[in-house]
Design a protein around this ligand. Structure first.
Ligand SMILES: Cc1cc2nc3c(=O)[nH]c(=O)nc-3n(C[C@H](O)[C@H](O)[C@H](O)COP(=O)(O)OP(=O)(O)OC[C@H]3O[C@@H](n4cnc5c(N)ncnc54)[C@H](O)[C@@H]3O)c2cc1C
Length: 279
């Protein structure tokens, strides 16, 4: 193994629970003790192979059953390109509905991760087909210029939003090109959510956004929750939970860790930030 590979594995180990369902549930149980809900994701994306898609569905079904047996407090967060969106919308919709129906029986909340710009439209349509029947949530990123209007439409349809800045990029015609502009849009969407949504999640490690949310929350009746990624600013997440905030930590597990780890490394290309997150 090269030094580069070893470094990636070290970083990945901090950000990912492990390969198995038991690894994910062990992390979940520890988070639960700290008053935090684990938002579990089975790693994998861009699947076209039916066997891999079926394995992902099966893994989510087993995970949820086992979590219930262990009384672990979890939600799950699925990627539609793992459930067939790269084949067609119908396949992803059918598989997503199956997972949501099983989760509903077990009382487990299902989020949809938001992926590349190309998939945003179909992801929202698939979400909307389910949200009327079953409570479920969807991630919206602040970097695309379309997001404010997506948020308005989803809130009108009584959807539940998890707001993030976005781990992907797109051309400047359709997306805010800098982190600063994307953060400004995050702030605008947050204002809108506080005014118009009864329940939403703010997923960020940005202290400015967290402080702003805590200030807005004082004048709001909305059910607001905070979320961070496993291994990043988790001490702050524990502090928020101690202050009786609703807090979740996103816990990925599985063997397909490379794409996820690369997105995190790209984001934290400033080495100091990566090293700080290891503490
Ligand atoms: C729960 C959750 C779910 C997510 N789901 C999705 C999804 O479905 N789709 C998607 O595209 N993206 C998703 N993301 C990723 C997200 O889009 C961002 O890429 C990621 O959260 C980084 O953005 P940020 O808001 O933390 O702000 P950034 O602008 O990256 O960071 C802002 C500030 O936060 C602080 N900070 C950040 N990282 C560290 C660190 N390691 N140590 C110390 N301080 C730090 C620093 O002060 C930094 O300046 C998710 C993120 C979370 C937390």
């Amino acid at each position: 193994m090269s030094v580069g590979d070893a470094f990636e594995r070290l970083i990945a180990g901090r950000w990912i629970a492990g390969e198995s369902i038991d690894d994910a549930l062990e992390v979940a149980t520890t988070l639960n003790i700290n008053g935090i809900t684990a938002m579990i994701n089975y790693l994998g994306e861009d699947f076209k192979d039916k066997r891999k898609i079926d394995d992902a569905i099966d893994t989510y079904l087993k995970l949820m059953k086992k979590a219930k047996e262990k009384k672990a407090r979890i939600s799950i967060s699925v990627k539609l390109t793992q459930l067939g969106l790269c084949i067609n919308k119908e396949t992803a919709e059918k598989n997503y509905s199956r997972i949501v129906a099983a989760a509903r029986k077990l009382g487990i909340f299902v989020w949809i991760d938001m992926e590349e710009y190309l998939y945003i439209g179909d992801t929202i349509l698939i979400y909307e087909s389910e949200v009327k029947k079953n409570g479920a949530g969807i991630c919206i990123q602040s970097y695309p210029k379309r997001s404010m209007s997506d948020v308005k439409r989803i809130i009108k349809g009584k959807g539940i939003i998890r707001l993030v800045k976005g781990a992907y990029s797109a051309s400047s015609g359709i997306a805010y090109p800098t982190r600063a502009e994307s953060t400004d849009n995050y702030s605008r969407i947050m204002d809108y959510l506080f005014r118009n949504s009864k329940r939403f999640m703010l997923a960020t490690h940005d202290e400015k956004m967290i402080s702003k949310a805590l200030a807005l929350q004082k004048k709001s009746k909305a059910d607001v929750s905070f979320a961070m990624l496993k291994g990043i600013r988790n001490r702050r997440a524990i502090e928020l939970a101690e202050e009786r905030q609703h807090v979740s930590i996103y816990v990925p597990f599985g063997s397909e860790w490379i794409a996820y780890t690369y997105r995190r490394m790209r984001e934290f290309s400033n080495l100091k930030l990566v090293l700080r997150s290891l503490r």
